[in-house]
Design a protein around this ligand. Structure first.
Ligand code: NAD
Length: 500
């Protein structure tokens, strides 16, 4: 280990503190693995306990801060993130690899959700409703749940922590977050923005380290009332099982295998543009990545030829160079997974038209770069059509009709995002009705969600909850129904029914 590398600490109870074991873990730039970003706390159970102690203590006061005041702090955090957008985006590109304009978008999502939830501080609506009895009042109100534990992935290292945090904070909860091992720096930047906005100590705590050593004790702590997880379906399933016996609120956002349907009446150039952005944006490392392109046979030849051409022209390299359009895989293991899937696709009989090889030339030497890959002649039963690869690989599956396209699209264990390119409004509405996914686009690819709409997936992508939008408030609040009787007597509901 390099001794002069910057050392980063956990953020617990408003202080920067090292892991109690003193252990550290390296974080390196995936575009250039000779670039050591820093040494981060390799935390364990004792650090999680300290963070939950702080969050449990802070909850006692934070839950009583009026929601409009909580909203003002979030608003200030949004402003601070705006001021530091360039700095935080550059640091994100360095640790995660996504190109700078996308890293700016990631910080922008944090800004957007901060402002959305800040405004919610003056709403947080419950319902008022007539009672069935005279001289009685009925209403429902949201209450905070308590300490929330967040476990987040590396692909949106500021946006996802911010989506969860802003919704949880406005409801009056406190937080302990374990960011992905590959991207702790962006979450620490987010903590810094919240601190500078005036968030009281203990309300937001960050403990960095591995899933097993930090995630597991966080899940097992009885004082943690909500676990909100974004990551792979395998890990999500294990978390769900681990939380079952204590009935924690569990919110899971997991994998995807998102289809774009391209009909024979589509504007093909528009569809190609959409597929390039949807498949290779963030190096295909989006849960919403367009990894299945289900194309009408009449359009397939032109679409596939143009797509392969465009993919082969994409500039792949260090995301800090503005002209680059696609960055590296997050780490060596992920790069190898993608390379393995390229071989699987070939062995299954799909035709690799372009890309799929590791890039090692100038500008790529020390990074985890792969040329964006386009497979043609796909079939729904292929592993590359069914399994989430999470890399710059997409597959064209030819079909004969809209009905077949929808059937292929729905033949997946995932149900996150979906899209159709067509100029026929009837076809667009049929697809809107029938595609089994939490998000649907017309004449756009499967990526590009906005923070004021609910975000999440059906089937094995999610467990029925939603991130972002006002739907997120349901994850982080308990409803309390309130009845106030001013009749001066005990009126029995369902029994003392007023007679006329
Ligand atoms: P991952 O499941 O490997 O890790 C996610 C987080 O869980 C990390 O912080 C990791 O350290 C932690 N973790 C791992 N094992 C754990 C365990 N046993 N106990 C507790 N925590 C544990 O996922 P990843 O590689 O970071 O991210 C990629 C995945 O995330 C993809 O499947 C992608 O589709 C999914 N994702 C989903 C969404 C969504 O909103 N649906 C958004 C982004 C990413």
């Amino acid at each position: 280990m390099t001794s002069h590398a910057p050392v980063f600490k956990n953020y617990i109870n408003g202080e920067w503190v090292p892991a109690q074991s003193g252990q550290l873990v390296e974080n390196r730039n995936p575009a250039d693995n000779t670039d050591l970003i820093g040494l981060f706390a390799a935390s364990g159970e004792a650090d999680v306990k300290a963070a939950v102690d702080a969050a449990a203590q802070a909850f006692k006061k934070w839950r009583l801060v009026p929601a409009p005041q909580r909203g003002e702090i979030l608003y200030r955090a949004g402003q601070i993130l705006k001021e530091r957008k360039e700095q935080y985006a550059a640091a994100m590109t360095r640790e995660m690899g996504k190109v700078l304009k996308e890293a700016r978008g990631d910080v922008q999502e944090a800004i957007d959700i901060a402002f959305l939830m800040a405004g919610e501080g003056r709403r947080l609506f419950g319902q008022t409703t007539p009672s069935e009895l005279p001289n009685k009042f009925a209403m429902s109100m949201r209450c905070p749940v308590g300490v929330c534990g967040f476990i987040t992935p590396w692909n949106f290292p500021m946006a996802i922590p911010a989506w969860k945090s802003m919704a949880a904070l406005i409801c009056g909860n406190t937080i302990v977050i374990k960011p992905a091992t590959d991207t702790p720096h962006s979450t620490l930047h987010f903590a810094e923005a919240l601190r500078d906005a005036g968030l009281p100590p203990g309300v937001f705590n960050v403990v960095t380290g591995s899933g097993s050593r930090v995630g597991t004790p966080l899940i097992n702590d009885a004082r943690v009332k909500v676990i909100s997880f974004t990551g792979s379906t395998d890990v999500g399933r294990r978390i769900n099982e681990a939380c079952a016996s204590t009935f924690k609120h569990v919110h899971l956002e997991m994998g995807g295998k998102n289809p774009i349907i391209v009909m024979d009446d589509a504007n093909i150039d528009l569809a190609v543009d959409g597929a390039i952005w949807g498949a290779f944006g963030t190096t295909g490392q989006r849960c919403t990545a367009s990894s299945r392109l289900i194309v009408h046979k009449k359009a397939a030849a032109e679409f596939t030829r143009k797509l392969a051409e465009r993919a082969s022209e994409l500039k792949v390299g260090n995301g800090l160079i503005e002209s680059n359009e696609m960055g590296p895989a997050i780490n060596e293991a992920q790069m190898k997974t993608v390379l393995d899937y390229i071989e699987i696709g070939k062995s299954e009989g799909a035709t690799l038209l372009t890309g799929g090889e590791r890039l090692t030339g100038p500008g790529h030497k020390n990074g985890w770069f792969i040329a964006p890959a386009v497979f043609a002649d796909g079939h729904r039963n292929m592993r590359i059509a069914r399994e989430e690869i999470f890399g710059a690989v997409t597959l064209v599956i030819p079909v004969d009709s809209l009905e077949e396209a929808i059937d292929v699209a729905n033949d997946s264990e995932y149900g996150l995002s979906s899209a159709i390119f067509t100029q026929d409004i009837n076809r667009a509405f049929v697809a809107m009705r029938d595609l089994e996914a939490g998000i649907f686009y017309v004449n756009l690819p499967t990526i590009g969600a906005e923070t004021h709409l609910p975000f999440g997936g059906w089937k094995q992508t999610g467990n029925g909850h939603r991130e972002a939008g006002l739907a997120a408030l349901d994850v982080f609040s308990e409803w309390k129904s309130v009845y106030v009787d001013y009749s001066g007597r005990i009126q029995k509901a369902q029994i003392d029914i007023p007679q006329d």
